[in-house]
Design a protein around this ligand. Structure first.
Ligand code: SAH
Ligand code: SF4
Length: 346
């Protein structure tokens, strides 16, 4: 049976019209399936009965199975989902409840099974790329997430490099935008920043915020930490970030994984501030979350603090990502890896 959300919003509208319904019924299906998390078309009572039957005869609402779930004491919930077609793969999505009462959760989603970029500190890239996710497999993560509670933000920071599967992601976000009312400012896509792809994306009226994973102010070190971009000058990545700001009017966030003893010295902080001088951007520091079998270390807390102070003194805006639900949920990519047997010491 075909996955319903393999149809784009426009294709679903046409399908409804061809099957005795109206174009706007497509929007109702999306809302019922995504914000209410319904599992069966029969429950969508605001649709004409005949249309419900026609949908049920042709489509399945769900396109994957939950194969594992970890719930941390703070409510952070990591789901491992399996998708079967055309080949079986597993990916993770993470539901992160807000610490502020009354606020919806943040959902972290994956775009690829594995990742071809190969950053040596990241569990997602350890075994390379299995395949891109289809748009309905990305939507399925939102459908499952919304079943856990209201979602008010999404971050595309799960497994995979979103710019290498941008078409499927864009279609998925179109579906989700209406289904759970996530506007452009509520969705952040994180990328290592392929300059050509970024510039093209900036011109396609992207409906999301951009975060670029920079990780080092030094060319040789960034070449090692982001192997798929080895040889691409950092200045070109930053210039593509500037272009994004010019085209979209939305500031870029630069992400920087702090690896103890590797890229967390005060000299790194000074050179990073120098690279970003004059740019309107936020720096998001992410203390490394250790993964078994990966030889990097968490930075010392006083080092993280000193790094922030150097950046702030240089006029930069820097934030530190706080680990949530670490005890059980682990960093993105780790659950999938441990289930595939790649987590040799875990
Ligand atoms: N491929 C994209 C998006 C997914 S990774 C990217 O790299 O930007 C999202 C962020 O998590 C990236 O900044 C990445 O460097 C970071 N990350 C990966 N593994 C990590 C780990 N073990 N600890 C802390 N951050 C990690
Ligand atoms: Fe891929 Fe991002 Fe992990 Fe690098 S950090 S391997 S780009 S998922």
């Amino acid at each position: 049976m075909k996955a319903l959300f393999s149809l784009s919003p426009r294709a679903l509208a046409s399908w409804c019209e061809e099957h005795g319904g109206r174009a706007f019924h497509g929007g109702i299906v999306r809302r019922e399936a995504l914000s209410r998390g319904l599992e069966r078309f029969e429950e969508m009572t605001s649709l004409p009965r005949r249309l419900r039957a026609a949908l049920a005869a042709e489509f399945s609402l769900s396109s994957g199975d939950e194969v594992d779930r970890r719930v941390a004491p703070d409510g952070t919930t990591k789901l491992l989902l399996a998708f079967e077609e055309p080949t079986r793969v597993t990916v993770e999505c993470v539901f992160i409840p807000s610490t502020r009462p009354g606020r919806g959760a943040t959902l972290c989603v994956s775009t690829q099974a594995g990742c071809p970029v190969g950053c040596p500190f990241c569990a997602s890239g350890l075994e390379g790329l299995e395949r891109n996710l289809a748009s309905h497999e990305i939507v399925e993560q939102f459908r499952r997430g919304a079943q856990l509670g209201p979602i008010s933000r999404a971050v595309v920071m799960g497994i995979g490099e979103p710019l290498l599967n941008l078409e499927a992601l864009t279609t998925a976000l179109e579906t989700v935008r209406e289904g759970i009312e996530l506007g452009a400012r509520k969705v952040t896509v994180s990328s290592v920043g392929f300059p050509g792809r970024l510039r093209r994306a900036a011109r396609s009226k992207p409906r999301f915020q951009l975060a670029i994973s920079l990780h080092s102010p030094d060319q040789d070190q960034r070449d090692r930490l982001v192997p798929a971009l080895a040889g691409v000058p950092i200045e070109e990545v930053l210039a593509a970030g500037d272009d994004w700001f010019t085209q979209t009017g939305r500031e870029v966030t630069y992400e920087y994984v702090l690896l103890g003893g590797e890229n967390d010295s005060l000299g790194h902080a000074e050179r990073l501030a120098e690279r970003l001088r004059g740019r309107r951007a936020t720096i998001n520091l992410i203390p490394y979350n250790p993964t078994p079998s990966i030889p990097f270390e968490r930075p010392r807390p006083e080092r993280v603090q000193a790094f922030v102070e150097v950046l702030t003194a240089a006029g930069q805006v820097a934030t530190v990502r706080r680990p949530r639900g670490l005890e059980q949920a682990a960093a993105c990519g780790q659950l999938r890896l441990s289930r595939s047997g790649g987590d040799r010491e875990g």
